[in-house]
Design a protein around this ligand. Structure first.
Ligand SMILES: Nc1nc2c(c(=O)[nH]1)N[C@H]1C(S)=C(S)[C@@H](COP(=O)(O)O)O[C@H]1N2
Ligand SMILES: [Mo]
Length: 353
């Protein structure tokens, strides 16, 4: 049900409407280890639901030995941990595809790293007692709307093998403060390493199912070339590096202006399947090794830097990361119908003068 823009068709009013609701992280935000909440990217499919924390309950039911109904205090009194996690929307980069899938028109900025505080999901699932025949654990948010002609609550599922991983959490704080309404208050799921759609906000229910879940938001995230194809599900974040655009911008074109000489370039790189092993910077097509810095955490981005000896003239600066399995980023734009998992290298135009 994905619509494609006609060749050469500009951003539509509907795309602009989504873009003004769902903001990206301005790339200068890459300078912070932990993204300030107000700079973290945001994606809300429907409306931000109003949740009263006093009457809110989390139901854990379905194929479990003991169904649970937890209050927010119940969740908060469980063992807590705080972990920095990088989130990236699976649709990041979609607006550059040709033809363009009509949806939230991200360029590069749908990423952020926050310190999430909460409790391991596994403890709660163990208390409920997942049945041996459970194949999917379904997470439901309090938000509702229509997508693909279907009225729905926002729902995503994980197989028990993923839901029971040690790092998966139910979180109630972001950067040391209660979740803000737009980021899932009062409770959201965090699945480190996975693309954004998995981290269900405004959680109300966790249901253990003995048949595979086929909800809309679950099926929509697949790598397909045409409607009706089965394809592979979108799961973990592919390797990617982004840089803070150097120098100062031209207001309208965002072309960068710098003086000649050494221009320090810094950025972050992340990957949901393996550690980041390498970052390179390409200037006018010539690639050089960047220096890797520390990762903000085992599930968060890693800093990198590069000193560019800039000579007068117009240049194109790019960056590309490679993970420990040898996967790297494409320099030519790949295409898929929903514009998912796009990790094309970033390209910044710079005028040295
Ligand atoms: N309930 C609910 N959870 C949701 C969404 C949503 O629309 N509703 N959007 C998902 C998507 S597509 C992304 S990319 C992330 C964005 O999280 P953030 O807005 O906190 O950055 O939330 C995910 N969780
Ligand atoms: Mo997303």
């Amino acid at each position: 049900m994905t619509q494609l823009a006609a060749p050469g068709e500009g951003i539509t009013y509907e795309e602009l409407q989504l873009a003004t609701r769902n903001r990206g992280m301005p790339l200068e935000g890459l300078r912070y280890d932990v993204t300030p909440v107000g700079l973290h990217y945001l994606l809300v499919h429907f409306d931000i639901p109003a949740v009263d924390p006093d009457t809110w309950r989390l139901a854990i039911d379905g194929a479990v030995a003991t169904p649970l109904h937890l209050t927010l205090d119940d969740v908060r009194s469980r063992p807590a941990r705080t972990v920095p996690v990088t989130l990236e929307c699976a649709g990041n980069g979609r607006a550059r595809l040709s033809p363009r899938p009509i949806s939230q028109p991200w360029l590069l900025e749908a990423v952020g790293t926050a310190e999430w505080t909460g409790t391991p999901l596994r403890g709660i699932l163990d208390d409920a007692g997942l049945g041996d025949d459970v194949v999917d654990v379904v997470f439901t948010g309090a938000d509702r709307g229509v997508q693909g002609d279907l009225e729905q609550a926002y729902q995503r599922a994980l197989p028990p093998s993923e839901a029971l991983r040690d790092e998966v959490m139910l979180v109630y704080e972001m950067n040391g403060r209660p979740l803000e309404p737009q980021h899932g208050f009062p409770l959201r799921l965090i699945v480190p390493g996975w693309y954004g759609m998995t981290h269900v906000k405004w959680l109300t229910r966790i249901e253990a199912m003995t048949t595979p879940f086929a909800g809309y938001q679950h099926e929509a995230y697949r790598y397909i070339q045409a409607e009706g194809e089965q394809g592979e599900p979108v799961t973990r974040m592919k390797v990617r590096a982004l840089m803070v655009p150097p120098g100062v911008p031209d207001f309208f074109t965002r072309t960068r202006l710098v003086g000649p000489g050494i221009v320090p370039i810094t950025g972050r790189a992340w990957c949901g399947t393996a550690p980041v092993a390498r970052v390179e910077v390409g200037v006018d097509g010539e690639w050089r090794e960047a220096v890797l810095g520390a990762a903000t955490g085992p599930w968060a981005w890693r800093q990198w830097s590069f000193d560019w000896e800039a000579s007068r003239g117009d240049h194109v600066v790019m960056c590309r990361a490679t993970d420990a399995n040898g996967n790297t980023q494409p320099v030519e734009q790949p295409w898929n119908l929903n514009g998912m998992g796009n990790n094309l290298v970033q390209e910044v135009r710079v005028q040295v003068r």
